[in-house]
Design a protein around this ligand. Structure first.
Ligand code: ZN
Length: 470
């Protein structure tokens, strides 16, 4: 069954008021741009940038060709064998700091045998575009480049530079964006960045229902727990068996609950979601947002692990290893704890808490290398204001809901440098499509491309256009 997205073209008078000095585009300009975005997406998919190994230079070569055709200046940077980033820039008048459009061009590997179509070939079927990377994140990369082209073709006067950055290796550690930040940080320095992480959600009828904007990320941190003990023949059990010692430590971690803290993003999220919920659940969310009813909050948390994970730090055992033989006493037992830390705390503070709750000096608690993290982005300012205004213009009444993601994107490195990052893909998808990213038969509704181009174009003009408010 095909899904159609209804969207209303904005009346010309109001559009020109909003866009001020920028000429409003005609409907056919967006039609043509969406067709171009689909063509570019097909090329990016076919480049097969599965990471590992990445081979992002193939996608960069494609993007460079498109930018050449539009006479948009860019630079390519090499960060490994066959691996490149692409950074393009449209100059503004310099009266405000740049806007950065970010997308990663590597994709996670695809098990071709499990797919219903060939994963590295864009297929349109039943109203969907299907291939590895269409949702995460090649579709966004294509829409961003097409919007850059539109801005260049239309000669939109800009007060901010608009930068496009296609980065490699986001799916396994962010080597691409980290290379840029270490070697050419000025090339992507910006006040605001639009990146993946959230987006427009469709209901079962294919209608846009809400817009989720990622404004914060939990901090990712692994810890290794190690217990040691005397080895020997298992026919003579000894005290201090490291397996039991480690088991006791893990039981304490399991029993521990980090405190609930309703940070600004979570508060705004609960308030917005409460408006969409009825009955007890909505009431409990409102109470939690006000911070005045911990009983209701606790009940809500117990019933909803997803929600619980956005209100407190979590640590969970994910790997376990001990012993060498069935008939030998183990000399060592170890476990990995994967922690997702609220962004107002730190790996150091959680390390101290773990040592305290494990309360056993013979269990080592070792912090593994940090993954990188940054502070939450403000809930108001040029980015959020533009998102709300354009969303309201295109889909009147649609709620815009900030959220903190439990996973990590390239935004963490930019937030760490004081750049306000907003996770919002312009390509509208239903819950089902969102959950297929990284999975089998990844797809997006074909009808989402056109409103995606318009949404991002209008947002960029609102943030960076000459007529935009400071
Ligand atoms: Zn991604």
């Amino acid at each position: 069954m095909s899904r159609r997205i209804s969207w209303k073209f904005f009346p010309g008078a109001l559009a020109s008021l909003l866009l001020a000095s920028a000429p409003p585009l005609a409907a056919q300009d967006f039609d043509a741009a969406a067709v171009a975005a689909k063509r570019l997406l097909a090329e990016l998919v076919a480049a097969d940038t599965s990471n590992p190994p990445g081979n992002e230079a193939r996608a960069v070569a494609i993007g460079a060709g498109w930018l050449d055709a539009a006479e948009i200046p860019y630079r390519r940077s090499r960060f490994g064998e066959g691996r490149e980033n692409l950074v393009a820039r449209l100059a503004g008048d310099g009266s405000a700091r740049p806007l950065l459009l970010l997308a990663h061009i590597d994709v996670v590997g695809a098990d071709a045998a499990a797919w219903s179509t060939s994963p590295h070939q864009l297929v349109e079927e039943d109203g969907y575009l299907q291939a590895r990377g269409v949702a995460d994140d090649l579709g966004m990369a294509a829409v961003e480049l097409v919007v850059m082209r539109l801005l260049a073709e239309q000669g939109i006067p800009l007060r901010r530079d608009v930068i496009l950055a296609w980065t490699g290796d986001e799916e396994s550690g962010g080597a691409g964006v980290r290379w840029i930040l270490e070697n050419e940080p000025e090339s992507i320095d910006a006040e605001v960045v639009i990146n993946e992480g959230g987006g427009i959600r469709l209901d079962e009828q294919g209608e846009p229902r809400r817009i989720e904007v990622q404004t914060a990320e939990k901090i990712y941190q692994d810890f290794r727990l190690v217990a040691r003990g005397p080895t020997g023949h298992s026919s003579v059990p000894l005290p201090d068996n490291p397996i039991y010692r480690l088991a006791r430590a893990l039981t304490r971690v399991d029993a521990h609950r980090f405190p609930i803290r309703v940070l600004p993003t979570a508060r705004a999220n609960l308030e917005a979601r409460a408006a969409l919920e009825s009955g007890e659940r909505g009431g409990a969310m409102r109470a939690l947002a006000r911070g005045d009813d911990t009983l209701a909050a606790a009940a809500l948390l117990d019933a909803d692990p997803q929600l619980a994970a956005s209100l407190r730090t979590t640590c969970v055992a994910t790997l376990l290893s001990a012993g060498t033989r069935v008939n030998a006493l183990p000399g060592r037992a170890s476990a990995n704890l994967n922690c997702r830390i609220l962004p107002d705390s730190s790996p150091k503070a959680v390390h101290a808490t773990l040592i305290e709750i494990i309360d056993d000096a013979d269990v080592e608690v070792e912090g593994l290398p940090e993954f990188g993290f940054g502070v939450p982005s403000p809930l108001s300012g040029p980015g959020p204001d533009a998102i709300r205004e354009v969303a309201e213009a295109m889909w009147p009444g649609i709620p815009v809901i900030p959220f903190m993601s439990r996973g990590a994107t390239d935004s963490r490195f930019l937030r760490a440098r004081g750049i306000a990052a907003y996770g919002i893909s312009p390509i509208a998808v239903a819950e089902d499509e969102a959950s297929r990213a990284h999975g089998v038969d990844e797809r997006i509704p074909a009808a989402s491309l056109r409103p995606a181009v318009e949404f991002l174009y209008r947002m960029v003009v609102r943030i960076a256009g000459e007529g935009s408010s400071p």
